[in-house]
Every structure is written in C-alpha cells, then in structure tokens.
Design a protein around this ligand. Structure first.
Ligand code: AKG
Ligand code: FE2
Length: 308
C-alpha cells in the first residue's frame, strides 16, 4: 500500500546486524527493582466516562490520517505548523531488536484551544478527545496518589497541565515477517506519569509480568491505564512502570491512541518516602537523558540512570 512506510527496505538493511545485549548496569538495576513490593502498574478501567461515540470518531480520524500517502504524512503538518510530527520504525535503530513495525503521530497538546477553531474534523475531534482524557488522567493520578500517600495531593493538578501532555496515535500495518523476529512496538516503559491507552479490537499489546509476556485482551468498553516512569520515581518504587510491547499481526492492521500525562519541563520529581530510591531530577533532565541514550545506543535506559 502506498500509505505504508518503507518497512521492508529498512528491515532488510538491519537484518544480520549484531544482536545487542543489555548492559550489566541496566541488568543489576532491574534486578534490584524486581525485589520491591509493587502496586499494580498496568490495568484496565471501565465506566471511565469517555463515550464510545468519541472513541469511534477518533478511530475514524486516525484511519483517514494514516491512510494518506506516505510522502504526504512525512511532509505535511496536519494539526499545526510547528510541534506535531510523524515517525515510523525507529530512526535510531541499528538492529532488528530496536526496530518497530509501526508508524505514529506525536501530538503535543499545547494548541488544543486553537484546534477547536479549525475547520477540520481531525483537529476538532482531537481537541474534544484530549480535553476529556485530560480530565480522566488527572482523576486517576489523584486516586493513585491518594492511595499511596493516604491523603490528597495537588501535585498533579499543579504540575501536569494539559498543555504539557501529548497524544500518540499509532498504526501497526500487517507485517509479513514472523513475530518472533520483529515487534510492532519494541519493549519499553513510558517516560511519563501515566498513560491512558485506547486500543482497537485487533490485540497485540503485551506486558511483562514475572518475566513473561502477557497479552492485554482488547475490551471495547475499557481504557488501559499504564503507570509511567515518573510515577514509579515519585512513589519511590511503590507503583511500577511496567515494560510493555506490541506484537505484530500478519493479516490485520491495528490502531491505538495514547494520552501521556506529563509535567512541565521544570517540574522536579522527588521520591515520596525514605530512603529515596532515586535522586531528585527535573522532567527536562529525564527527557534529555532518555533522548541522549536512545540516540547513542538505540535503547532507552530510563530510571536506572537516576538510582541513588
Ligand atoms: O499501541 C499500543 O497498544 C501501545 C502504545 C505504547 O505503548 C506507546 O505508545 O507508548
Ligand atoms: Fe508505551
């Protein structure tokens, strides 16, 4: 299909490159964290208040967007002229283990007010969806925080304005290669406080539980809540940012949309509790470190870099 990125070419160029190993520092940090008593890090919610109608409209807009010619997706700005961007595969991949058979639009939500005025069904639908999901994300963050602290906290309302959050719309085209050798989305944790994800009925999302990959069964009524790295640090490891991935599908394309609850760049993330597992860091510093690692090695290291 001419809307598909050149996955096959990229796949061939990466095929045969050396398989990389996890570094020893990463390994030992992971082992240390595995011993922690953790609260649930990935779960589904129903009765969330986001109507089936808006979810269906989002999917429809997503299909229209992704089914456009590849070159148009690369070149054109669909929502505004500066910040949203399209990407596919993984531009920094040097081996197949780092390559994702998917494409995505990354949409920062700092212009939602402006989109409401635009005369396109894409911008108005995205704006409407973003507003509803922002509210839900705040509520869930508050509940998780209160559950952990034992009292209410306004930390999330203060630091995570909708304008510092973003959406990611993803499409996973059918993949002719065996799912043993390629992922739809490579294993990762999310670099935010929490993610709200809506997946279609195709399936393929998996989480790592006790060392095994477990599928998250699609449920049209449910949204998936995924605790991110920042919540893990803030809760001093009580909530766990779960590693997850998407496996490929031979026949059918898959769509998902995620809302990423993020603080402003200057927000400091400090462990609540003693002894602190991680040193205090700003979200800017965290993001920069993640980007630097991904750029130089193709892999995200994430929280282990900030261990005390
Ligand atoms: O598409 C999915 O189900 C997962 C997407 C995801 O994990 C992400 O965008 O970070
Ligand atoms: Fe994710």
């Amino acid at each position: 299909m001419e809307s598909d990125p050149p996955f096959q070419e990229k796949y061939k160029s990466l095929f045969g490159s050396v398989m990389e190993q996890m570094t020893t520092t990463e390994k030992s940090a992971r082992e240390r964290l595995l011993g922690l008593p953790a609260k649930l890090g990935l779960f589904q919610v129903v009765n969330h208040g986001i109507s089936g109608e808006i979810l269906a409209r989002m999917k429809c807009e997503q299909q229209k967007l992704f089914w456009q010619p590849f070159q148009k997706k690369v070149k054109e700005k669909f929502l505004d002229t500066s910040t949203d961007y399209y990407h596919w595969g993984n531009p920094n991949a040097t081996s197949l283990m780092q390559f994702s058979w998917s494409e995505a639009f990354h949409i920062p939500l700092n212009h939602v007010q402006m989109w409401k005025e635009y005369n396109s069904t894409l911008s108005t639908t995205v704006a409407e969806f973003a507003e509803m999901v922002s509210e839900l994300a705040q509520k869930i963050a508050e509940i998780l925080a209160e559950n952990f602290l034992g009292y209410k906290s306004n930390y999330f309302a203060r630091n995570c304005q909708p304008s510092s959050c973003y959406l990611r719309m993803s499409r996973y085209p059918p993949c002719p290669i065996s799912s043993d050798s390629i992922c739809g989305l490579v294993p990762h944790t999310d670099s935010d406080f929490l993610t709200i994800l809506y997946q279609d009925q195709v399936g393929g999302l998996q989480m790592l539980k006790d060392g095994k990959w477990v599928g998250i069964k699609p449920n049209p009524q449910a949204l998936i809540i995924n605790v991110g790295d920042l919540f893990q640090a803030w809760s001093n490891g009580a909530y766990k940012s779960i590693e997850h991935r998407v496996v490929t599908n031979h026949e059918v394309e898959r769509f998902s949309v995620g809302y990423f609850l993020c603080p402003s760049s200057d927000t400091f993330i400090q462990c609540c509790g003693e002894p602190a597992l991680y040193r205090k860091f700003s979200f800017r510093e965290y993001r920069q470190q993640v980007q630097e690692d991904v750029k130089s090695t193709g892999n995200k290291v994430g929280l282990p870099r900030f261990l005390m």
